[in-house]
Design a protein around this ligand. Structure first.
Ligand SMILES: [Zn+2]
Ligand SMILES: [Zn+2]
Ligand SMILES: [Zn+2]
Ligand SMILES: [Zn+2]
Length: 796
């Protein structure tokens, strides 16, 4: 590519002749690439036709970037990787993964049809088609207005719209609105601003409270989200943010003048709306700053994150004020599915991604995607039905899948994060502070400070634990944009549903161990799904999240629970009246730095512990892990769908007796040869676990190298694409791998702790008891700062 191919292809393009000629005469290939990329972006922004050559160069470059990243990731297979775009992967015959096309494809085919039919449509029908699409996208109160392309004075708005004469094909058929244009000025529909309709009802345009306000906010936020991360229209994005700004300013005036102007607002309503206003204003400022300074390739992702935050805050307010059933603001799964209906290509993109990047099937299994496993139409129809049912029953998993598809669309398909961003983070320094380092060659400086500030102020939701915790692996390294996206995908889901995502398979497994008692149940999400499966489950939380309660749950605020969650902690397990010993104990994502998990295991008298969480990671603590292994043996394990920055799994533990054999513990063994933690430690060569995925552990450089491909796939799942082959050789480097600690199973410690009376009295007793035997890591785990960091600050 570069200069040479540039020169040879030059005669074909005439439209942008002047620039291209200059490029040919004096520019370096890198500069030409830069100019072409800028041209493509500008053309997209203003709905201009891009010269065919430039377009193909831009496309080639992005797919070359992708396959380069992949080739480097998978050194052994370098020769077989094709240079073709990954959206059309080489199907490896029989083993090809097929996704079960559920609702998305139905929609996409419908859309395509409309597009094919379009040739046969008259101008009036075209106008109607565009209008009907605008109605679904724009808020009720808004309409299309003046054209915002510099130099254009068209004020035609939505009066006459249509399509350019001929559109060549495939990917242009994807979305009608992207190619619809104003017939008067020939600029795109997306280049015309969105403002208020003249005939809109005043009360609806500037509502001052109640459900109407939330609906108005939601529609504007959704428009901003679609404009920025789906249509990538700067003009629509600005329009939406401007409208939102006006609405918030109106609200602020209302509150300043007493707030309850037109109504009977309760104190709770006022407080909730006031808080929402503050939060949305903060996000709006961030959005405006991003629009002004954000780099082009980052903007869709940055704004998606900001808009999602605004959405979640609005949804949370609606949930607290009007309950789950009101539907004032659509639930997250509905919101994300709706956004996806505008990007039907994302399902195919995911399928391409799975077939190109995740070659090992157990990695795919862990995602719990609905796969098309049969070739019979009847069976497929049944599978589809089951998938739809599962989506309805388990919204958290639905959200997870939507996020997976969008992550691939926004990062993988665009080649974001494939320029060595992660390597820079890892090589920059070997401390945890490197999470905020940026790639050196990046052109976008302003984001850095911005992100840091935000991180410190608002997104302390997971244990950042920067202060001196070099031995624990709480924060997974990531470049800022990816970190922001990961937090965006995960944080609110944790607060609104659960910290770990259940799958049908996991629920089926748990069903076998009923009846169950869950401690630390939070919103009761897992318990409610188990109850639906017919399992007898008692759910407890020391502070059940509740709308009525004045004190918010540290992790779930005032989110209404999914099933009845009783007040209680580990002490209920020691209560002999309710026969807790006859139940299995479920601990789902026990909070880190909290004695709850260890006390539960100590007080529990039954036979089976069901655990969902990480190991030597972000859940429980080392005392809990030691206690569990001292008293129980591993019976079963199951992978669960993990967020980009989590590494939890489901494990089943049975109380130790002579007859119970333990199974090999995958998470705590070498991923290649299966050597256990204990064996490795006995040989004085402890296992080392990758910090990037917090999942893959190895016993030696050679095992790490031999498993490199599977390991790269684990990273791809997390949208991590390492640029250097050196990473597989970096086994000894603390920036890539950290030692796993062998657990101290000294029996002397137990004697003190199994004094029940002391245990049930207060958590202080446990703390004191364990302090005597603790090492530095233990006391570190107990730092209150970390607990606070993990908890979610709903007031932020
Ligand atoms: Zn125009
Ligand atoms: Zn126009
Ligand atoms: Zn090994
Ligand atoms: Zn890894």
């Amino acid at each position: 590519m570069g200069k040479k191919s540039k020169a040879s292809s030059r005669p074909a393009g005439q439209a942008s002749g002047r620039k291209r000629k200059a490029g040919f005469l004096g520019f370096q290939s890198g500069e030409i690439a830069f100019i072409e990329d800028e041209m493509a972006a500008l053309a997209a922004e203003y709905g201009l036709q891009l010269d065919g050559d430039v377009a193909s160069h831009v496309r080639e470059r992005s797919s070359a970037k992708k396959s380069k990243a992949r080739r480097r990731q998978l050194p052994q297979k370098a020769d077989t990787v094709s240079t073709k775009a990954s959206s059309t992967p080489t199907p490896s015959s029989a083993s090809r993964i097929r996704l079960l096309a559920a609702t998305e494809t139905i929609k996409s085919t419908k859309r395509k049809k409309t597009n094919e039919d379009k040739d046969a449509l008259g101008p009036v029908d075209e106008q109607k088609l565009v209008l009907s699409l605008l109605v679904t996208v724009l808020p009720d109160t808004c309409a299309l207005r003046a054209c915002a392309v510099p130099g254009c004075s068209c004020v035609n708005g939505s009066r006459s719209m249509g399509f350019p004469e001929q559109q060549d094909g495939e990917d242009k058929a994807q979305d009608t609105l992207k190619f619809a244009q104003c017939l008067k000025c020939q600029h795109g529909v997306l280049q015309h601003t969105v403002t208020l309709r003249e005939d809109a009802d005043v009360a609806a345009t500037l509502p001052s409270g109640g459900q109407r306000l939330l609906v108005a906010l939601y529609q504007l936020i959704r428009l901003a989200r679609l404009a920025s991360s789906v249509y990538k229209s700067r003009i629509w994005t600005k329009s939406a943010l401007d409208r939102l700004g006006l609405l918030l300013a109106h609200l602020k005036r209302q509150f300043a003048t007493g707030g309850t102007q037109n109504g009977q607002k309760s104190a709770g309503e006022l407080r909730q709306e006031m808080q929402l206003l503050t939060e949305l204003q903060t996000q709006l400022r961030k959005a405006q700053q991003a629009v002004a300074t954000g780099a082009r390739d980052e903007l869709p992702i940055l704004l998606a994150c900001i808009c999602d935050q605004m959405y979640f805050q609005t949804y949370y307010a609606a949930l607290v004020l009007y309950g789950r059933a009101s539907g004032t603001v659509p639930a997250p799964d509905v919101y994300l599915k709706e956004l996806e209906s505008f990007t039907p290509e994302s399902a195919t993109q995911l399928e391409g991604f799975l077939n190109t990047e995740l070659l090992s099937s157990d990695l795919v299994d862990a995602l719990a995607l609905p796969l098309a496993s049969s070739s019979s139409q009847d069976e497929l129809a049944r599978e589809r039905l089951r998938a739809v049912e599962q989506e309805r029953e388990n919204p958290l998993l639905t959200i997870y899948h939507a996020r997976l598809r969008e992550g691939i669309r926004l990062f993988y398909e665009e080649g974001v994060g494939m320029g060595g961003e992660m390597d820079v983070v890892l090589n920059g320094s070997d401390t945890t502070t490197s999470t905020t380092a940026r790639p050196k060659n990046s052109k976008k400086k302003p984001q850095k400070k911005h992100y840091r500030r935000e991180k410190n102020s608002t997104s302390n939701s997971k244990g950042q634990a920067d202060e001196g915790s070099t031995s624990t692996l709480t924060e997974m390294p990531s470049y800022p944009l990816l970190a922001q996206w990961r937090n965006n995908c995960r944080d609110w889901c944790c607060h609104l549903y659960a910290y770990a995502t259940p799958t049908r398979e996991a629920l089926k497994l748990l069903t076998k161990y009923g009846p169950i008692v869950e401690i630390g149940a939070g919103t009761g999400y897992w318990s409610s799904l188990l109850q639906r499966e017919g399992v007898d489950v008692l759910a407890f939380d020391k502070c059940p999240p509740n709308v009525e309660d004045a004190t918010a749950n540290a992790y779930h605020g005032h989110v209404p629970p999914f099933c009845s969650v009783a007040r209680g902690g580990p002490e209920v397990l020691g209560n002999s009246e309710n026969d807790m010993a006859g139940r299995s104990l479920l601990l789902c994502y026990p909070p880190p730095g909290d004695a709850m998990a260890v006390r539960s295991v100590q007080l529990f008298q039954g036979d089976v512990v069901l655990h969902v969480g990480e190991w030597q990671g972000d859940t429980g603590d080392r005392r809990f892990e030691a206690e569990l292994q001292r008293r129980f043996v591993l019976e079963q394990q199951l992978e669960l769908p993990n967020w980009g920055n989590s590494a939890y799994a489901l494990t089943v533990w049975r109380r130790k007796t002579k007859e119970v054999p333990a199974v090999a513990w995958r998470a705590m063994s070498c991923f290649h040869c299966g050597k256990t933690l204990a064996d490795a430690a006995a040989e004085c060569e402890p296992l080392r676990r990758c910090v990037i995925c917090k999942t893959n552990a190895y016993c030696s450089t050679s095992c790490a190298q031999q498993d490199a491909r599977a390991h790269a796939a684990e990273h791809a799942k997390r949208l991590v694409f390492l640029d250097e082959t050196s990473s597989v050789h970096a086994f000894e480097n603390d920036a890539y791998y950290r030692e796993l600690k062998e657990l101290d199973l000294d029996d002397a410690v137990v004697a003190v702790k199994s004094d029940w009376n002391a245990l049930t009295k207060s958590s202080e007793a446990t703390r004191d008891g364990s302090d005597s035997d603790s090492d530095e890591e233990l006391s570190e785990d107990e730092q209150p700062a970390k607990t606070a960091g993990f908890a979610f600050n709903f007031q932020a």
